[in-house]
Design a protein around this ligand. Structure first.
Ligand SMILES: [Zn+2]
Length: 461
């Protein structure tokens, strides 16, 4: 049983629901992963971090959690990019997946328990499509297989759209072989130059939606606890996933709880190629540590919009400096429970802004020397995936300030050690003027020295 009552805002019910798992011994959750043709941007990084925090909390509360995040490696955008760059699809997707994993690691996100690739589950998709045809929820037309939307009564329940609205919305450019303008593709024919698999309906490839229905079923079964993703996936992607899975399995639910994270804007504007304000993780990580980006992403409540800016990154870096300073470098007892108020904030629909505020309260208590505050701060912070490293490493990290790319005056660790050795030699000869000059030189570069019993230690900032 969970040691604390959890509540999540459930898109299905449009309210905060108490979390009541199907099997409290084993929590199952599925999150839609990336379509792998390009590096992820800061908007894609948000669900990676948000659902990582959710999984960390579920692991704290329940004995077993299975977290599945898929990889969409068959998609027309992938085909187009591979053609454009004149490389094989496999090479493009393998490389993009490797970069994605690097970005997730930099963000401090733990790997999911399973990360299925769509192309490894084509058989499962074909089987599910066949079931849908047999149950009269899908039909074959001109080499395509389409989901028969009017055959599924609950369609529109997640996105709260009426059939009339949906029909009106779908009426532009309807393919002539569709029975209803709302019907969507489960399988489509592949020309010789695009990836395709043999199927009862000819050589072809799956539609995007059926991928998640088949992969979640393979790893989590017909019904599971939580399905997550970005707000933009509610319609049509998640609406279609539900109709496919429930129609194929004869169930009322695919997942019991649907959690969606909000959009990320950059300097107050929606990210778009035309505005040129696309912020990729690759670019950000050149100047900013992943932990700073993670902190900035957790500063806002996951359901709300989040504005991303260099200013926000600077604030996050300063906040982390304060937290690392408070936690210090002593070896702390690891059997200390996270702070109760911190846990209560997270348990209430993942209120990370309130949880972060509580960390700063604990840092204040630690700075005042209150008993157990350091340990409690550390145990709480790691549930957010923060303060996992040593304070010494954090302050000595040679990364530049967020938004600043000019690093010509940065010293590497060896150069700093060399200055410290020269300063020690000067002090040994009682040449304090020379020793002070070296200290001042380092201070000008933002490096602080502290003389302790065990020797001189240094930190950046
Ligand atoms: Zn999906």
């Amino acid at each position: 049983m969970s040691p604390l009552p959890l509540r999540f805002y459930n898109t299905l019910s449009r309210q905060k629901d108490h979390f009541s798992p199907i099997d409290p011994h084993h929590i199952k959750l599925y999150v839609c992963g990336p379509t792998v043709y390009d590096r992820i941007h800061i908007g894609n990084a948000r669900p990676v971090v948000v659902f990582d925090v959710l999984v960390r909390m579920l692991r704290y509360c329940f004995p077993k959690v299975t977290y599945v995040r898929n990889i969409t490696d068959v998609d027309d955008k992938i085909n187009a990019r591979a053609t454009e760059e004149n490389r094989s699809i496999r090479e493009l997707t393998d490389e993009t997946i490797a970069r994605f994993h690097e970005d997730c690691q930099a963000l401090g996100a733990l790997p999911p328990d399973a990360e299925p690739r769509a192309t490894d589950h084509i058989d499962g998709m074909i089987a599910m499509i066949s079931t849908l045809i047999n149950r009269n929820h899908a039909y074959v037309a001109e080499g395509h297989v389409l989901f028969d939307v009017p055959s599924f009564e609950g369609y529109g329940a997640l996105s709260r759209r009426s059939v009339d609205e949906l029909k009106a919305g779908a009426r532009v450019d309807v393919a002539p072989y569709k029975k209803s303008p709302m019907d969507f593709v489960l399988w489509k024919p592949s020309a010789a130059n695009v990836p395709g698999w043999d199927s009862p309906w000819g050589r072809g490839r799956p539609g995007w939606h059926i991928e998640c229905s088949a992969m979640s079923r393979a790893y989590l079964g017909e019904e599971f606890d939580i399905h997550g993703g970005g707000l933009d996936l509610i319609f049509p992607h998640h609406e279609n996933e539900i109709s496919q899975s429930c129609a194929a399995h004869g169930t009322d639910h695919m997942a019991r709880y649907w959690l969606h994270n909000g959009y990320v804007t950059v300097d107050g504007e929606k990210m778009s190629k035309s505005l040129g304000n696309f912020v990729t993780m690759a670019d950000l990580l050149k100047t900013t540590r992943g932990e700073v980006i993670r902190h900035a992403l957790l500063q806002g409540h996951y359901r709300g919009p989040l504005d991303f800016s260099v200013e926000a990154l600077k604030e996050s870096e300063a906040a982390l400096n304060g937290l690392y300073r408070a936690v210090g470098d002593d070896d702390l007892a690891t059997d200390i429970a996270p702070d109760a108020a911190f846990l209560a904030a997270l348990a209430d629909d993942l209120n990370t802004p309130l949880a972060l505020a509580r960390l700063h309260y604990l840092a204040g208590a630690a700075n005042r020397g209150e008993d157990g505050a350091k340990e409690s701060l550390k145990a709480s912070a790691v549930m957010l995936g923060l303060l996992e490293g040593r304070a010494k490493t954090w302050f000595q990290s040679p990364t530049q300030s967020p938004g600043q790319s000019d690093a010509h005056d940065a010293l590497d660790d060896a150069a700093i050690q060399d200055r410290i050795a020269r300063r020690n030699a000067a002090r040994a000869q009682r040449d304090f003027a020379a020793a002070d000059a070296i200290r001042d030189e380092l201070a000008a570069l933002g490096i602080t020295l502290e003389d302790k019993a065990e020797g001189t230690v240094w930190r950046r900032g």
